[in-house]
Write a new protein. Sequence first.
Length: 183
Amino acid sequence: MNEQAAVSRTPVSHDENHVSRETIRPEDFRRAVGSFATGVTIITTTAPNGEPIGLTANSFSSVSLDPPLVLFSLARKLHSYPAFEKSKHFSINVLHDGQLFLAKQFAVALGEKWKDVEFEMGEFGCRLISQAAATLECEKYASYDGGDHIIYVGRVLKMKADWDCGPLVFWRGKFGKVALEKA
């Protein structure tokens, strides 16, 4: 039997035209959007004081081919938020299915995220995770209000990718691998 989220049918006014909308509980919304499988990334930047910043994120997407643009969203409450606000560059490190340990290590709020992590310095001052499925070095192109998050759009300046590895995915609160069909 399928579970259904509890949705209040109480009308809520959101604008001057008094359009009724259902009240959506945050925990139900999170579960619902968690049904969309995503890749897993580690987003990096460097704070003004030189501190290396990194966090696990699945809120990543391509935006445009010309110019090459990508986006990710970041919760305003995170310790790393001020560093991303002040930085002109960030890097997206797309993880492969053998890098689950990195996804977990960078998902913690604070701590020694960079302990025993192999990386190289990117051309624009951000750390690049060694042997990631892909790395995208970006300059901040735009940022937008996203409620309790800020949405950063980056112009990709440099990239590299390993076309032979499988993706690390995140689905319904769990990490996993993809079983690919042979053509």
